[in-house]
Design a protein around this ligand. Sequence first.
Ligand code: TMP
Ligand code: ASP
Length: 253
Amino acid sequence: MARRKKIYEGKAKILYEGPEPGTIVQYFKDDATAFNAQKKAVIEGKGVLNNRLSEFFMTGLAAIGVPTHFIKRLNMREQLVRQVEIIPLEVIVRNFAAGSMAKRLGMEEGTQLPRPIVEFSYKNDALGDPLVPEEYIVAFGWASQQDLDDIVAIALRVNDFLSGVMHGVGIRLVDFKIEIGRIWDNDYMRLVVADEISPDSCRLWDIETGQKLDKDVFRQDLGNLTDAYTEVARRLGVLPSNVTHAHKPKLIN
Ligand code: TMP
Ligand code: ASP
C-alpha cells in the first residue's frame, strides 16, 4: 500500500492527506509541550483521549449549528476533517482570570470576569504567540473586520456550549483556545471551528474542589495528566472502550 503523504507535523498532532480532495486525516500524538515547547514529554494515552474528546465537542457544536471542520473519527488516534485555510490566530475566550491574563493584570486566579472576554494571539511560535489587538489583525490582513465579528460570535457560541456541557458534569470552564479555518466553496467563504478542542487547549477546574483537569497539570507538575483527562472523559461519558484502567491506558499507535 502506498504510504500516505504527511502534510504537517505540529507539537501534538500530525496532518496527513485525506482519502478525498479537501479532506485531511488528523492524528493525535501523545506528545505534550508547554511554554512554547521548552517543556516536553510523551504522555501515554493523551492522544487517544484528545481524539475522543475533540470528536465529542465538535459533534456537539455541529448539533447546535456551529460549523466545524470535523467529519468523522476513523480510529483511536485519527479523525477525518475538512481541509481548511487556518487563520493564524489563537482565539482565546476567558470566563475567569487565569494564566497569562492573571499574570499580566496582577489578578487572583479564579476571579470571575464581568463578562466573557475574547482575545487574539498571533500564531507564531518563534514570537511566542504574542497577544494582538484587533486593529493589527485587520491592518495586516490576517482577517477582515467582518471575519473578526463572525469569529467573536462563533467563539462566544462555543463558550456557551462548552461552559454548559462542563457545568453539567461539575467542571468550570475557566478559559479555552480555538482556531478558526476558512473553507472555500467556489467564491463563497465560510468560517469553521478547526484544529481541536480538548483539555490541552482549555482550563478546566472541578467546581467543588478546584482541582485542575487540564494541561496545567503538566505545565505545573500537579500530577498525572492522563488521569486528569480520563476524569474529564469519564464524566462526559466518552471514555474510549479499551481504556479500562485510568492509570495504565493501553498504548495504540
Ligand atoms: P494563557 O492564559 O496561557 O494565555 O492561555 C489561555 C488559554 O488558551 C488556556 O486555556 C490555554 C490555551 N492555550 C493554548 O491552547 N495554546 C497556547 O499556545 C496558549 C498560550 C494557550
Ligand atoms: N503553547 C502551548 C502551551 O503552553 C504549547 C507550547 O507552548 O508548547 O500550552
